[in-house]
Design a protein around this ligand. Structure first.
Ligand code: FES
Length: 346
């Protein structure tokens, strides 16, 4: 018996492609402070991977085959997966508005997914006392969380904010300013051409979550010198500083990060990084400086702000094979009607 609610049924009609078209429509109405963060969140929690695991005969075996490590399931992090979005501050109001929307969704709706997300953000805005543009990204995240975690799991999460009050009070303008702040290179620093140092922020809601690297070093190299905390206790993958690494040669995919600010301060994606990042399944783009990078390959030439996903794996090839299999099973186009065939002129 199908126990899905009408809202879940509606969401489940949307695949990865439909969602990426929806996200493209939502980027403009999303406040600048959350434009990159929203795209990064959707890269961190790919629907196609969720579906592949859900439909696998042996889920554990598939997870092992794809070398998945860490927390990749949204059902275990309904309230926390999005704490790097500015809109996370308004999660209680957005969560409530999404639940109300889901509960009143008893008729087949003609509104598109994008229109429904915008309508829910609009409804939550007065209660959050914010402009709706600040709620669009987090509302889209809430919809996808329902799709992957299920409505009852979504509802049973307490709806808490996972950042401290001091950071919750920051304005979008302050955060955008922080992301573009340049490191002082000291007196006469403008004359320096070598030995410049830059800051990498790896959690915008923690003043101490920063490390320094030298001009031209890759982000993982700089992170290895940061012994300020017991990183392994925080995340067992963090054996050498705050950024999880294994190979340092673009072979394992452990070190992927999302770039919230300063993507233009990183060197262009080189051939190997570009090829491997697609193979792992993290992002498929020809952009020279995308929002998802491999920290062990991305060299910094200025201050950047990144977010570290709580998991990693290698699933790009598997998902591509599944897509090809599905396409091959699609019925071939019906033969053209005899009469409709063009006449062959000899
Ligand atoms: S550490 Fe293996 S890909 Fe970067």
């Amino acid at each position: 018996m199908n126990t899905e609610t009408p809202f879940e049924q509606f969401l489940n009609q949307h695949d990865e492609e439909a969602w990426s078209a929806t996200l493209a429509l939502l980027l403009r109405p999303t406040h600048e402070v959350d434009r990159n963060a929203t795209q990064i969140w959707f890269a961190f929690y790919p629907l196609a991977l969720f579906r592949a695991l859900e439909q696998a005969e042996d889920r554990e075996k598939l997870a092992q085959h794809l070398l998945l490590q860490g927390d990749y399931e949204l059902k275990d992090q309904v309230d926390s997966s999005h704490k790097f979005l500015y809109g996370h501050r308004f999660w209680p109001q957005v969560k409530k508005a999404v639940e109300q929307h889901a509960d009143s969704f008893d008729q087949p709706s003609r509104a598109s997914l994008a229109d429904q997300i915008l309508a829910v953000a609009r409804r939550a805005a007065p209660e959050a006392k914010q402009d709706e543009s600040l709620l669009v990204g987090i509302t889209a995240v809430a919809f996808m969380t329902v799709q992957q975690a299920g409505l009852s799991t979504f509802k049973s999460a307490p709806g808490t904010i996972n950042i401290d009050r001091k950071h919750a009070k920051k304005s979008p303008a302050q955060i955008l300013r922080d992301r573009t702040k340049q490191d002082s290179q000291g007196l006469l620093g403008f004359l320096r051409t070598v030995n410049k140092q830059f800051t990498v922020t790896h959690d915008e809601c923690d003043d101490k979550a920063k490390y320094i690297l030298n001009e031209g070093q890759d982000m993982a190299w700089g992170a290895a010198n940061d012994r300020s905390r017991d990183w392994v206790a925080i995340d067992p993958r963090r054996m050498e500083g705050p950024i999880p690494v294994e190979c340092r040669s673009a072979s394992c995919g452990t070190c992927w990060v999302g770039v919230l600010g300063g993507a233009d301060k990183l060197a262009d994606v080189a051939v190997r990084e570009g090829k491997k990042i697609k193979e792992f399944g993290y992002i498929d783009t020809a952009e020279p400086r995308p929002l998802i990078r491999l920290a062990c390959q991305a060299q910094a030439h200025g201050a950047v702000s990144v977010v570290i996903p709580p998991w990693n794996g290698q699933f790009g090839r598997h998902l591509r094979a599944l897509r090809q299999e599905a396409q091959a099973q699609m019925p071939a186009p019906a033969d053209q009607d005899e009469e409709a065939r063009p006449e062959i002129i000899q």
